[in-house]
Structure formats: C-alpha cells, structure tokens
Design a protein around this ligand. Structure first.
Ligand code: KG4
Ligand code: ZN
Length: 381
C-alpha cells in the first residue's frame, strides 16, 4: 500500500484574506477564510498596512477554526505549509512569522509555497467524503497523490486568472522529473485588477468583478466597442492596461457616468467584461493552435466567472479535432478559486518544486518573496 500523504496545515496571507486549511494530499479537510473585503472597501483596493494589522489579529483564530473543522488537533499535523510569495510584503510577513513560531513549538517541517502554484493546482483539490470524521486511521489509508505517476511525459496547461495574476503556465514531466514554464503572462495589470479598476470608474463598488458579472447578465457585450490588445504580437503575453485607458476615454466621450442609464451600465459592464475575457481567449486560441496539452486546469478568483469559463471551453472546443481533447478542469468550489489556503496545502503536496525545511536554521532562510515568479526555483542556501 502506498504511504499516506502528509496531513498538512497550510496558511496564506499573501493579500487581503487570512486563510488557513488542513489538507491531505489533494483532499481538503477544511478551508477557512477570514475575509477583509469590508475593511478595504473604503479604499477601493487593498491597503497594505490595514491588511497586515487584520492578518495579525485573525491568524490564530483562523488556524483554530481550520483545525476544528477538519476534526484534528495540532498534534495530528505532520507538515506545515506557507505562502512565501508573490504578494504584499507586509501581509506575507505575518503568515511566515506565524508558521515559523508554530514550527518552533511543534518541531514540524515547513514547505514554502508559491501562491501562483496554489492557484495552478487548485483544480486538483477534492472534497473530503461527507459525514466522515477524520481519524488517524484515515491518514494511514490516505490516497497516493501524484500528478505525474507514469513514465509517459505529461503536458498540462494551467490558466490562472485572478486579481493579481493572469498567466498561461506549462506543467510538464513524468514520475522522474517535472518542470514549470511560463508560456505567457500579463505585462501590466491582471485581468481581475482591470475589472476592479473599470468597476471603480463606473462607481460599482469593490471588488467589481462579481458585480460586473451580475450586471453583464442583462447587457449586450457588443454595445460598446473595446480594442483587442496585442494582436500584432506573436507571443502569448497579455496586456490589460489599455482596456482601462480605453474605458476612461470612452466615459469622457459619452459625458461621464452620470449620462448612463441603468441599462447602459449593464451594456457597458457586459462589453468591458467581454473585452477582458476575449483578450485572454484570443491568446489561448493562438496557444492551442501551436501546442497540444493533455490537460487544461483553470484557477484564480476571476475563474469563478461563468462567462469566462464558457469562453475558455468554447476556445478549447475549437481545437478538439486535434489529437488531444482536453476537458477544462476547474476547482470544485468558488472558495478554491479565491485566495485560500487549501490550494497552498494541495500545491505543497503536488508541486514539483516542493522542498521541506526542517531545522530551526533552515526555517530562518524562509523569508517573504513579494515578486516570486511561478517558474523560479527557491534559491536558498
Ligand atoms: O484570486 P483572488 O481572490 O485574489 C487574487 O489572487 O488576486 O481574485 C480576486 C479577483 C478580484 O479582482 C475580483 O474582482 C475577481 O477576482 N472576481 C471576479 C469574480 N469574483 C471575483 N471577477 C469576475 N467575475 C467574478 N464572479
Ligand atoms: Zn491569488
């Protein structure tokens, strides 16, 4: 029988949510998020010092709830996992300092995780079986969790669309060696950030992504013209800042938001949302034209959006005459799309970059990496 995967306590404080979770391999035993959205609403975005203060207040109770919901005690945990980056430096600091303190108290090893790897692996998380209380016996019967368990080389495309990141990532390899490569990424704002900024110009409230999705249901995506960025470039990189500028100019031309009726706002939201998503699927189309993948995984807060999912599925479907016919894999709950810690625990179990830091000296090496790229190995000595 394969060895049971570690029971992991994971935390993420990379942005504005304090998150803690207990996972085992790909199984999510609990996934708790203490949201700070209300605190940041007045600023129309995340205010770093407010985030830091709220993380410091919320981290201990969030971990307690995560352990309780999983039905385990800290003594049952075998490994700790924490986000080192990318993210807001003052926010990351709180999670890292707390995990180090826990490691000192318990003697447990720490797995540092890249937040983007969390979003990348989030579609692979599975729910624990309902009604089953977690026992020590269950860890022993735990599933063998390997993405690459065969000799055949696998080729996976990860699409990450969130408030902080918009990237196409290739995860490839077999049971012996794996690698992560960025195929394309935004050169400026992320897709979610762009939607939030457009929403701000329309006075919709924060975060605007879900509000825009709701308004767009009653709007015509062709009502307002938006440009399609970077069509002249052969790369799979994206750029959303032009869509933001276009929105500002468009609003100026039509005489400001005051001139818009309720249905105009819906049409505007639908058109802007379509423009942001069309840019992503245009580049995805080009990528699938030139490369084949065995699986396609979607993650990130914007991946909650049903229009985005439909547009991505339609784009993949266009390429189904090719040898591979991958189905889009999405996280099983909305919570796993947003910033959360279960995805960090799952990434700690599955990521090819996983490294354990066991001693106090090694723990000291773990420092925040606010600009950590998904394809950068942890360079610690
Ligand atoms: O993944 P996430 O929680 O945090 C980051 O890693 O950034 O993503 C937050 C982003 C915000 O920009 C928010 O507006 C967007 O996800 N978002 C949505 C939806 N729900 C959240 N965007 C479009 N449609 C949604 N339903
Ligand atoms: Zn995120």
């Amino acid at each position: 029988m394969p060895a049971a995967p570690d029971l992991i306590l994971a935390i993420d404080t990379s942005c504005d949510d304090t998150a803690a979770a207990v996972t085992q391999g790909t199984t999510v035993l609990s996934n708790v998020i203490a949201s700070q959205t209300q605190l940041h609403k007045p600023y129309g975005g995340v205010f770093p010092t407010v985030a830091k203060q709220a993380h410091a207040e919320n981290i201990v109770p969030t971990i307690s709830v995560a352990l309780k919901r999983a039905g385990v005690r800290i003594d049952d945990i075998s490994t700790l996992a924490v986000t080192l980056g990318p993210g807001l430096a003052p926010a990351l600091e709180i999670g890292i300092a707390h995990i180090k303190q826990l490691a000192t108290e318990t003697g447990l090893p720490i797995i540092p995780v890249n937040h983007i790897h969390g979003h990348l692996f989030s579609s692979q998380a599975v729910a624990k079986q309902r009604g089953k209380k977690h026992t020590r016996m269950q860890h022993e019967k735990g599933l063998q969790t390997e993405v690459f368990n065969s000799k055949k080389k696998q080729n996976i495309l990860g699409i990450i669309v969130s408030g902080g990141h918009t990237e196409f990532i290739r995860l490839s390899g077999n049971h012996k060696s794996q690698s992560i490569q960025i195929l394309g990424r935004t050169l400026d704002d992320a897709a979610g950030e762009c939607l939030d900024k457009i929403g701000r110009m329309l006075n919709l409230g924060y975060p605007a992504g879900p509000i825009i999705e709701e308004l767009a249901r009653n709007g015509d995506p062709m009502a307002y013209h938006f440009p399609l960025p970077l069509t002249h470039k052969k790369t799979f990189d994206m750029s959303f800042s032009g869509l933001k500028t276009h929105t500002r100019n468009l609003l100026k031309t039509i005489g400001g938001t005051e001139t818009l009726t309720k249905s105009d706002v819906s049409h505007f939201a639908a058109s802007a949302q379509y423009a942001v998503f069309k840019h992503i699927t245009y580049k995805l189309d080009k990528l699938l034209e030139s490369q084949q993948f065995d699986e396609i995984w979607l993650g990130g807060g914007v991946a909650i959006n049903t229009t985005l999912r439909r547009m991505i599925r339609e784009t993949i479907h266009k390429h189904t005459n090719t040898v591979t016919n991958p189905k889009l894999q999405v996280p099983y709950t909305r919570k796993l799309c947003m910033d959360n810690a279960a995805m960090i625990g799952v990434a700690a179990a599955l990521s090819p970059h996983t490294k354990r830091f066991a001693t106090a000296q090694e723990h000291e090496l773990l420092q925040r990496i606010p600009r950590w790229r998904a394809d950068e190995l942890l360079a610690l000595q």
